[in-house]
Design a protein around this ligand. Structure first.
Ligand code: 5AD
Ligand code: SF4
Length: 406
């Protein structure tokens, strides 16, 4: 290792979903191959990366305020490289340079493979770098899809928080276009990876000692890929991975209610390594709100799905996401959501106050008219209800023996 290589130190801050955790793992692995060492002290780093989330405004504001704090560091250490990657990079693009002029690098979710080259470019030439994908309306579907590259290089075992657990991306993007959500813009069109590629990755992870695999996709059960004339769905993929000796447990997140098919539930029932756990966000318990959110199902459809899960996979744990305070949500509508939390008895629910996101259909078409204190109150009400249900369910486990992976 030469002197300059020895000095390359990277600090990375990751916020957001599991997809981001995986992206950071892969980017760090690539930079390590490029001679970087990881540090958890930003004062020792010469390269600082933020892997960002755009789903709610608060997450973005936090990143902007953190970026602001590095302005002074940049004045005292002009060689510092500061980069913003991920969803906020794709969404805000040049705006990031305007709001934080000391940022050197903005890299979207579809260009992560280029990070080592782009960081090198900044380091050597002090040239600002912007690499992002096309907007959803800036080209044909093929052109836009090609501009979002799935980033799944070979894995570096040292980068995982646990050597026994790993995420595996099976698809990128989303085509559901729920009216409140930026993900179809920040992660691009839905694209499933070939089963053969996923299989190879799982085998490689198994060889590194991984025992638990979590398959990732924004709507993971919408997975669909045709290879050599044969179409594979998630159920087929589970069966394929199930055959890998050494893999002991398989999970997948996040599911879309409309794609919870019988064959998938039968795979859950019949394949002992697949965990009996489903994360299937309902988002709201009132049909009018679901329609306005363009979720594509009614409360009755969701109830049917719950009955199907409980019939085919008895005892399956189910968790959900809810949005409170969406545009036009009345007290009555909120109470309907509360009722569904009560009725479905989710293992857990992630509850979010609606946050208007520019570029979405909700931002264009409906006023964000529920006052923040009302959103807060509804959020707390729902959280209290869910916590009480979770506590009751957890109490059921007292004295029971279960198998855990430590
Ligand atoms: N405001 C609040 N919550 C949102 N989510 C997605 N978009 C928004 C938004 N604009 C929530 C949904 C989704 C979870 C990941 O984040 O509940 O399932
Ligand atoms: Fe967003 Fe809806 Fe896609 Fe989930 S399914 S990522 S909420 S657009």
């Amino acid at each position: 290792m030469n002197q300059t290589e020895h000095n390359k130190k990277l600090f990375i801050e990751t916020v957001g979903c599991q997809m981001n955790v995986l992206d950071s793992e892969l980017v760090v692995a690539a930079l390590r191959q490029d001679g970087y060492e990881l540090t958890d002290n930003h004062k020792l780093a010469d390269t600082i990366l933020f892997n960002t989330c755009s789903v709610r405004e608060r997450a973005e504001e936090k990143i902007y305020s953190q970026l602001g704090r590095f302005k002074y560091s940049k004045q005292t250490r002009p060689n510092l490289v500061i980069g913003v990657m991920g969803c906020m990079a794709q969404k805000d693009q040049k705006l990031i340079f305007q709001r934080a002029p000391h940022v050197d690098l903005v890299v979207g979710t579809g260009q992560l493979a280029e990070i080592p080259r782009l960081v090198g470019e900044v380091r050597n030439n002090r040239d600002r770098q912007l690499a992002v994908s096309l907007g959803r309306r800036d080209g044909s579907r093929t052109e836009v899809s090609q501009s979002f590259q799935s980033y799944d290089p070979l894995r570096d075992p040292e980068m995982r928080p646990s050597p026994y657990q790993a995420y595996v991306r099976i698809m990128i993007g989303c085509d559901k276009f729920c009216t409140y959500c930026v993900v179809p813009m920040t992660r691009g069109p839905e694209q499933s990876r070939p089963p053969s590629e996923i299989y190879r990755e799982v085998v490689a992870l198994k060889d590194q000692g991984v025992q638990e695999i979590t398959l990732l996709g924004q709507t993971v059960n919408s997975y669909k890929h045709t290879e050599n004339g044969k179409q594979s769905r998630l159920a087929d993929l589970l069966e394929l991975i199930h055959d890998v000796d050494g893999i002991k447990r398989i999970k997948f997140v996040t599911s879309y209610p409309k794609d919870m098919t019988v064959d998938l539930l039968q795979a859950l029932r019949d394949l002992p390594k697949v965990a009996h756990y489903l994360h299937v966000p309902l988002q709201h318990g009132c049909d009018e709100m679901l329609k306005r959110m363009k979720r594509g199902y009614t409360v009755a459809d969701y109830r049917e799905m719950m009955a199907r899960i409980r019939e085919i996979v008895p005892g399956c744990s189910i968790s959900s996401d809810f949005i409170v305070g969406f545009c036009g949500e009345t007290e009555q509508a909120h109470q309907k959501s509360m009722e569904l939390v009560r009725e479905c008895r989710f293992k857990n629910s992630f509850i979010f106050k609606y946050s208007e996101r520019s570029g979405t259909r909700a931002a264009a078409n409906f006023p964000d008219d529920v006052p923040d204190e009302v959103k807060k109150r509804r959020n707390n009400e729902m959280l209290d209800l869910q916590n009480a249900i979770s506590a009751e369910d957890n109490a059921d486990f007292i004295g029971r023996e279960v198998e855990v992976l430590v």
